[in-house]
Design a protein around this ligand. Structure first.
Ligand code: HEC
Length: 107
């Protein structure tokens, strides 16, 4: 094998490793309008209110929460009250949209 092909192969491997790393670490970009649609569709408003601060449940308008914690919160029950939303109900992308929507709301 020539040294240049060894070089291009290692460049390839480096790029591959970098993209796997980035894929694992970045959060999907959220879309506010879509987020509002999922928020309604999954009945979040029934407990958290239409504006995220006018329901019987905790206020989540202007939510100050990172993407990872938010997804973790959706997927894992912390109390028996809030339902859990697995990946097949709310995808990672939909979760990012909902989070963007919540962050866009006034507290
Ligand atoms: C049946 C009522 C109910 C529904 C429906 C519901 N929640 Fe909740 N949610 C709660 C309650 C009660 C809590 C606080 C206790 C807990 O953490 O379980 C909570 C907590 C949360 C928290 C954590 C807030 C904080 O400050 O730590 C987030 C974020 C959240 N809900 C988002 C959502 C989203 C997004 C949806 C829709 C996909 C949703 N909830 C649907 C009742 C509900």
């Amino acid at each position: 094998m020539s040294s240049s092909s060894v070089f291009s192969m290692s460049v390839c491997i480096t790029l591959l490793a970098t993209s796997i790393f980035l894929f694992g670490c970045t959060s999907p970009e959220g879309n506010v309008a879509d987020g509002q649609r999922w928020y309604r569709m999954h009945n979040c408003y029934a407990c958290h209110g239409d504006k995220g601060n006018d329901g019987g449940g905790p206020k989540i308008a202007g939510l100050n929460m990172g993407y990872r914690s938010f997804v973790h919160r959706l997927r894992n029950a912390e109390t028996p009250i809030m339902p859990i939303y697995p990946q097949d109900k709310i995808s990672d992308q939909d979760a990012a949209d909902i989070l963007a929507f919540l962050k866009s709301l006034e507290k």
